[in-house]
Ligand binder design. Structure first.
Ligand SMILES: [Zn+2]
Ligand SMILES: [Zn+2]
Length: 275
C-alpha cells in the first residue's frame, strides 16, 4: 500500500515562500494499492493536484472517504477535475456528520457559492456509509473510529498485506468531545501501526489557549504513538501559521523526545510512503 500526502495543512490553505517545504494545501491523502482504484481521503485543497493527475492518467474509478465536514476537509471538492469527466466515484462517509455524505459534498457546490450545481456534473456517484465493523476497498480492509472533534467525525485504519496505516486527523487527545472514544481505545486502534499519521496542530503553549478547538499537540500525538507501539509517526494538520522552519524545529524536538521509540517525521505535501 502506498500513501501520498496531497495536502497536510490545517484550517485554511496558505501560500508563500515560508510554506514551500511542507506545502500549503489542506487535507487530502491518497491510499493506493496495485490493480485497484485509489482511495482519496478528504477533499481539502490538496485534491486539486491529485485530480489533474487522475485525468492525465485516465483513472476511471475512484473511492473517496471523508473524515468530517469542516471546511478545510471539503473545500477542494468543486476543483477535483474527475467530477467533470465520465468517471465512477464511490463515496463513503462518516456516520457522525449531521448531513449524509452526499450533502457534505453537494453543499460545496451550492448556489450562490459556486456556479456549477452538483446535480449537473458528469461523474457518476455512488454513496454509502462506512460500516463501523470495517469494510473492504479492493484488497484493503478499512476500519473507522470516532474522533474527538467538535461536530464529530471519523479516523481510519487501513490494513493490507499485514501492514497497518492509521489516519487520525482533527483528533483532540486532551479533551473528550461528544461521541469520542477513551484514550485506551485509541491506543488499541493504533496498536502496532506501521504508520500513524496524527493531528499535531499545536505546541503545548498554544494548546492552553485552544483547548476544546479539536486538535492535539505534537506531544499528545507522540504519546499515542509510543503507547500504541507504532513504528512511524507522521505529524499532520500543520497549523496555518507554522512556517517550514518552525515545522522543522517541531520535528526535531519530537524526534528527540521520542528517544528512538518511534520514527518521527513531519508530513509534507507530495511525500509518498510505501508500506
Ligand atoms: Zn481540519
Ligand atoms: Zn475539523
Amino acid at each position: 500500500m502506498k500513501i501520498t500526502f496531497w495536502g497536510v495543512r490545517g484550517s485554511i490553505p496558505v501560500c508563500g515562500k515560508e510554506f514551500i517545504k511542507y506545502g500549503g494545501s489542506t487535507t487530502c491523502v491518497e491510499v493506493s494499492q496495485e490493480n485497484f482504484s485509489p482511495i482519496v481521503i478528504d477533499s481539502g485543497t490538496g485534491i486539486r493536484d491529485i485530480g489533474k493527475k487522475y485525468v492525465k492518467e485516465r483513472v476511471k474509478k475512484i473511492n473517496m472517504l471523508f473524515t468530517h465536514q469542516h471546511w478545510d476537509h471539503v473545500l477542494g471538492f468543486p476543483f477535483f477535475l474527475p467530477v467533470y469527466e465520465n468517471v465512477e466515484i464511490n463515496v463513503m462517509g462518516c456516520s457522525y456528520s449531521t448531513d449524509d455524505v452526499r450533502e457534505i459534498i453537494a453543499k460545496t457546490m451550492q448556489p450562490p457559492g459556486f456556479p456549477v450545481k452538483f446535480e449537473e456534473i458528469e461523474a457518476k456517484f455512488t454513496f454509502s456509509s462506512v460500516c463501523m465493523d470495517g469494510c473492504d476497498i479492493g484488497n484493503i480492509k478499512v476500519y473507522p473510529i470516532e474522533i474527538s472533534h467538535p461536530n464529530g467525525g471519523l479516523g481510519y485504519r487501513f490494513e493490507h498485506k499485514g501492514k497497518k496505516f492509521v489516519f487520525l486527523t482533527d483528533n483532540e487527545l486532551g479533551y473528550s468531545h461528544y461521541g469520542s472514544r477513551k484514550y485506551e481505545e485509541y491506543v488499541d486502534f493504533c496498536y502496532g501501526a506501521d504508520l500513524l499519521v496524527h493531528d499535531a496542530d499545536y505546541t503545548e503553549k498554544e494548546y492552553v489557549l485552544r483547548k476544546t478547538w479539536g486538535h492535539s499537540t505534537w506531544q499528545m500525538a507522540l504519546k499515542l504513538a509510543i503507547d500504541s507501539k507504532a513504528k512511524q509517526l507522521g505529524l499532520f494538520h500543520h497549523n496555518q501559521d507554522r512556517t517550514d522552519k518552525e515545522i522543522d524545529k517541531i520535528e526535531s524536538e519530537c524526534r528527540k523526545a521520542a528517544k528512538g521509540k518511534v520514527k518521527v517525521f513531519a508530513c509534507a505535501q507530495r511525500q509518498t510512503i510505501d508500506l
